[in-house]
Ligand binder design. Structure first.
Ligand code: HEM
Length: 294
């Protein structure tokens, strides 16, 4: 059993998978960022408030790194995200090895390339078009929110999206369409949407949606895909597997034999960074952090 406090949080933090975020910095125009390098080992990227909470996913994988020190962090994090999604009932995701780790932080991408859950459809397109994803792919990727939950001490948002957040499914899409989502301001000032379940009992946690999740329902071009994925789980799994595989290949160039051609690989080969501390280190927990994790 894989919990979402493990590798999927990183995922698209996959845990939302860890690689979800490491790859989510890719800029197609300048060809910087992406899943090569494991830049989150450095304060410049790992300390970005948008990556709050991912330190737990990274620390979760340290025992694996200890046992197999030859593997690069960038391969380990992407592989862990892909495996965790499958283990939680999701589709098999094609994963290819060969990502190298950066030897210093001089090529870590600038902050501000990850999505902010408090915003809307234009913001999602601004962030994901830069990475090379179209509307269909943005909606499929957002299906990562079938897993896990929001934490007030990380993003500032609160609660899970679905009833069974350790099982990968298409429920996120069906609940997004089926339930009535009411705006709710949290004590920390953050605004999200909740389902006021009439059967909820005192102390039950309400299901939630981020403003960016609601934008998938209100924007007509996004909504078309939300409806398809809510109606057809197999279609969603197929599209999610493809788009997740694309996400973890962002910034990687390969030849016909799948050998990586990026400058860092050609110059230095497969450089595996030394093992880090087992203790999670990352951005300070803040109750009013406003940046979202991808
Ligand atoms: C569409 C843009 C996205 C936005 C704005 C966004 C935003 C967020 C936010 C605010 C959280 C809560 C973080 C916390 O408080 O712990 C979160 C969690 C999560 N996200 Fe996303 N995300 C996006 C895309 C994705 C993608 C593409 C994936 C995976 C494919 C993903 C997977 C997850 C998972 C699994 C969690 C739960 C983590 C946990 O349980 O700790 N998200 N996301």
């Amino acid at each position: 059993m894989v919990s979402t406090s493990g590798p999927v949080r990183c995922v698209f933090a996959t845990n939302r998978p860890l690689n979800r975020h490491s790859a989510g910095t890719y800029d197609a125009a300048s060809d910087t960022g992406g899943s090569n390098g494991a830049g989150m080992r450095y304060e410049a990227e790992g300390g970005d408030p948008s990556n709050a909470g991912l330190q737990y996913g990274r620390a979760f994988l340290e025992p694996v790194k200890e046992k197999h020190p030859w593997i690069t962090y960038s391969d380990l994090w992407t592989l862990a995200g892909a495996v965790a999604i499958t283990e939680m009932g999701g589709p098999e995701i094609e994963w290819k090895p060969g990502r190298t780790d950066l030897v210093d932080d001089s090529k870590v991408p600038p902050r501000g390339r990850l999505p902010d859950g408090a915003l809307g459809a234009d913001h999602l397109r601004f962030i994901f078009n830069r990475m090379g994803f179209n509307d269909q792919e943005i909606v499929a990727l957002a299906g990562g929110h079938n897993l896990g939950r929001c934490h007030t001490d990380r993003s500032g948002f609160q609660g899970p999206w679905v009833n069974n957040p350790t099982r990968f499914s298409n429920q996120f899409f069906s609940l997004l369409l089926k339930l009535e989502w009411t705006p709710r301001k949290l004590a920390n000032g953050m605004s999200q949407f909740v389902y006021e379940d009439p059967d909820a009992e005192e102390g039950d946690e309400l299901l939630m949606m981020l403003p960016t999740d609601i934008a998938l329902k209100t924007d007509p071009s996004f909504r078309k895909w939300v409806e398809k994925y809510a109606a057809d789980k197999a279609l969603f799994f197929d599209h999610f597997a493809k788009v997740f595989a694309k996400l973890i290949e962002l910034g990687i160039r390969r030849d016909e034999k799948d050998i990586i051609l990026n400058t860092d690989n050609v110059k230095g080969g497969y450089i595996s960074a030394p093992k880090k501390s087992d203790t999670p280190t990352g951005p300070p927990r803040k109750s009013n952090a406003v940046r979202a994790r991808l």
